[in-house]
Design a protein around this ligand. Structure first.
Ligand SMILES: CC(C)(COP(=O)(O)OP(=O)(O)OC[C@H]1O[C@@H](n2cnc3c(N)ncnc32)[C@H](O)[C@@H]1OP(=O)(O)O)[C@@H](O)C(=O)NCCC(=O)NCCS
Length: 212
């Protein structure tokens, strides 16, 4: 295993449990590190800052609506369950020395059907104060490395609305490319909604390897 992939040792949250049980429940969730970031399992302390960014209309401009605290907490519950079940998914992103939680970076399996599913997507959502620092690209690059090198994926996709230029710029920086023939109507966005039309970016493992 790559030395940057560390098993979880977040003992604070499991203080009352035996070491054996702790290992059994968390050993499959990798922690990914980059020069400036740690992509790690969720802590309860992440829920409030995640709810704050999900309530920010600017962060949620390309989603149907900002999330309530209850909706945000429910989303964290689903992300925690998927991370534990699959060993990858939506990680909490920490910038050591800057902030314990800046947002989320993902290598996740979308939970809807479209012409390109089943698939694995790389994704990101950061609090506004952490935009413009290269964090999304840096974290996503490591998530891609994990997907191609550790999981042996043949392809990773990314998707967003046709209007989300910042997110598409991250995809471009990662070497992902869009074929307009892959554009699609997101099945979870209501028909007629201005955010329904989405673009799909793809990156094959062979192309990723050439860039390394
Ligand atoms: C999409 C999103 C993650 C992009 O964030 P971002 O900060 O623009 O992207 P990056 O982290 O890659 O940062 C790139 C920017 O940081 C700058 N930067 C500053 N310091 C840098 C450094 N040390 N290294 C690299 N880039 C740096 C780059 O020049 C670039 O600036 P630019 O946007 O003016 O060209 C962010 O806008 C977001 O969270 N949006 C809301 C949620 C969302 O839409 N998610 C996607 C839904 S599919």
């Amino acid at each position: 295993m790559d030395p940057r992939v560390k098993p979880e040792h977040d003992s604070g949250a499991w203080g009352g449990l035996s070491a054996t049980l702790h290992t059994a429940m968390t050993a499959t969730i990798p922690i990914l590190t980059t020069e400036r970031l740690i992509l790690r399992p969720w802590r309860d302390g992440d829920l409030a800052p995640f709810a704050a960014l999900n309530a920010d209309p600017e962060v949620m401009e390309h989603f149907p609506a900002p999330l309530s605290r209850a909706e945000s907490d429910a989303a964290v519950g689903r992300m925690r369950a998927a991370l534990a079940a699959q060993g990858h998914g939506w990680w909490a992103a920490e910038a050591p020395g800057v902030a314990p939680f800046i947002g989320v970076i993902a290598l996740a399996v979308p939970n809807f059907e479209a012409h390109f599913t089943p698939c694995v997507e790389v994704g990101w959502r950061l609090a506004k104060e952490f935009w413009g620092r290269g964090y999304a690209t840096e974290g996503a690059r490591e998530a891609l490395r994990f997907g191609f090198e550790e999981l042996g994926l043949g392809e990773v996709v990314s998707l967003t609305t046709t209007t989300n230029a910042r997110s598409q710029a991250v995809m471009g920086r990662l070497g992902m490319t869009r074929d307009p023939a892959d554009d699609f109507d997101h099945p979870k966005v209501p028909e007629g909604h201005p955010l329904r039309r989405h673009v799909l970016y793809r990156l094959k493992s062979a192309k990723w390897r050439k860039g390394q």
